[in-house]
Design a protein around this ligand. Structure first.
Ligand code: CA
Length: 582
């Protein structure tokens, strides 16, 4: 009897320990995320970032019956932009909020399970609102970056801190807003702060402990390192070339912030990170291409070495950050990557070697280049489109003002696009706007804005700024578009049910036909949607979720456009939908 009891207890303990471990998120699960619709384990609904779901219960025929299942408020007095993509695992939703908050919510009922609210110091310097775009899951951990440039790993069940690492100095302008990426067993992160002269980099860590494995700065001149198990830089792990394409000392504060994080393709074993503007914005201070700013950089995840890079805006003079997500897909039997750049051009690039395959405009007005030379891969600059040199002094201390399109907030910004292998189209949330921009003298001061430029953003059209566009990567044709009054700032999701979901600052989550753009359903969430939707299936039921809460860069930096949309109200909640049983 007694022996039986002990045996049972031991059995329970072993079983308990085993099941707790077996329930953790594995590398195999993350690699299969895009195809396994019961979970959403990564930003991008799969590390490739296609944001395509194979689910079909909610489809063009049934979507009209989509109704709210529950809504959860982030609470408190802190609202502002909610750009977070929720993750779904083990019956829980993990969703981040503004001001470095994260919540675990019961996936079926919307009941709060725990909340972690990061204590932020005074003096954080997020350039573009106090946003966070989401977390990463690994084993029993949920990991996210904070506005004071720390990484926090919490226990998925309790919300207790398991490890915490300082990534960099927030007082120098570093912050973190992107969702971390898990690639081949490593935790990959970037940094934000390109408007303060930080140096962008990609870091790989052990996701279980937070220990650094390698680090690769994105501004050439700085060295990258591999680290041993004691955290010491190893001699043979050094990468980089001093001063490459950066004459003088400006590379020391050269920008290239990796603020939107990256994607990973398990077939190429490469992680793709976009890099932001070279610093300062005033391009006359830094002759040359300014590697690797405003680029897509493909990194070998084992070594941190740069396998290839492609610079979308060499010698950027308009803050056309090249951070936008590189989404890999199959085209004519080859693995390609698509990227809708802030500079107005859509690029199709060989994911293995970085060779440019196609490049075409996805907005109607582009003033800085007349096109992209497919042979050399370089833009054909329109020299008069570059704001003038302040040392030439046409306007006192200011350089000559030019009108430039797109505006620096971009033909597309942080809001991720989607790709459907079913329609073979990209769905791109684009914006049509321009700016007056001029250069000014500037010198670097730690923690100060490092721009050397002034600007005012203007709408280009009376009736719309945003345009949801279906784009054929082979032909460069816009197959359909849906115009939107306010600039689009949320992401996109597409499904095998023939649908495209996206949100608007006016508060709607919309579902349109993936083939035609015809609106089939919409729901008013109560505040602006500036985040990407997700979908998953639990038992027999398909769910759709999106966070709601107007904010982000537009109200802060948008000039005339910000005035035009200042009627929009803030918020902070996540909505979940399913089909009505009636
Ligand atoms: Ca920037």
């Amino acid at each position: 009897m007694k022996r039986n009891l002990i045996a049972t207890l031991v059995g329970m303990m072993v079983c308990g320990a085993f099941s707790a471990h077996a329930a953790g998120v594995t590398d195999a699960m993350i690699a299969n995320d895009a195809k396994a619709p019961n979970n959403v384990l990564s930003w991008g609904m799969g590390t490739q970032g296609q944001r395509f779901s194979p689910l079909t219960q909610i489809n063009t025929q049934t979507v009209g019956k989509l109704v709210p299942a529950w809504s959860f408020s982030f609470g408190g007095e802190k609202q502002r932009g909610q750009e977070s993509q929720p993750l779904i695992y083990n019956g829980k939703m993990f969703v981040t909020g503004s001001y470095s908050r994260i919540y675990a919510v019961d996936m079926k009922t919307g009941t709060k399970l725990w909340k972690y609210e990061h204590r932020l110091p005074d003096g954080i310097m997020p350039c573009c609102d106090v946003v966070n775009r989401g977390a990463a899951l690994y084993d029993n951990l949920v990991i996210f970056g904070t506005l004071d440039a720390q990484l926090i790993a919490l226990d998925q069940d309790t919300g207790k801190i398991v490890w915490k690492e300082k990534v960099d100095d927030y007082a120098a302008g570093y912050s973190m807003s992107a969702a971390p990426l898990i690639a081949n067993g490593l935790l990959l992160t970037g940094v934000s702060g390109g408007e303060f002269g930080v140096v962008g980099r990609v870091e790989a860590r052990n996701p279980r402990t937070g220990q650094l494995v390698w680090s690769r700065p994105m501004i050439e001149g700085h060295m990258g390192y591999k680290y041993d198990k004691d955290g010491k830089a190893t001699e043979n792990g050094v990468t980089g070339t001093v001063n490459k394409s950066w004459p003088g000392d400006l590379w020391k504060t050269g920008g290239g912030a990796t603020w939107l994080g990256g994607t990973y393709d398990p077939t190429t074993k490469l992680a793709y990170f976009g890099t932001g503007n070279p610093a300062p914005w005033n391009s006359h201070l830094r002759p040359g291409d300014n590697l690797y700013s405003a680029s897509t950089v493909a990194l070998d995840v084992d070594t941190g070495k740069i396998k290839w890079s492609y610079q979308t805006t060499p010698h950027d003079g308009w803050d056309y950050d090249g951070v936008n997500e590189f989404v890999t897909f199959d085209m004519d039997g080859k693995r390609m990557g698509g990227k809708a750049d802030r500079n107005g051009f859509f690029y199709v690039i060989d994911a293995k070697d970085g060779k440019l395959e196609n490049a075409f405009p996805f907005v109607k007005k582009i003033t800085w280049a007349s096109g992209i030379d497919l042979k050399t891969g370089r833009p054909n600059y329109i020299e008069s489109g570059r704001p003038g040199d302040p040392t030439k002094g046409e306007e006192g201390k200011k350089g000559a003002t030019v009108f430039a399109a797109p505006a620096f907030l971009g033909a597309k910004n942080q809001m991720p696009m989607a790709y459907s292998p079913q329609t073979k189209l990209f769905y791109v949330p684009a914006n049509e706007w321009g700016m007056d921009i001029w250069n000014e003298p500037v010198s670097y001061k730690k923690g100060g804005a490092f721009l050397g430029a002034g600007f005012t953003i203007h709408p280009l059209n009376e009736d719309y700024i945003g345009a949801m566009r279906a784009i054929d990567p082979k032909t460069g044709k816009i197959v359909w578009e849906v115009k939107n009054g306010a600039p689009l700032w949320g992401g996109v999701m597409t499904t095998a049910g023939g649908l495209v979901f996206y949100g608007t600052p006016e508060g709607f989550l919309k579902a349109v036909d993936a083939k035609t753009g015809k609106e089939l359903w919409k729901f008013q969430t109560g505040s602006g949607v500036v985040a990407p939707p997700v979908t998953w299936k639990d038992g027999d039921t398909q769910y759709v979720a999106v966070t709601s809460g107007w904010g982000g860069a537009v109200p802060l930096w948008g000039g005339e456009v910000a005035k035009k949309v200042n009627f929009l109200e803030q918020g902070g909640s996540v909505w979940v939908f399913k089909l009505s049983s009636k």
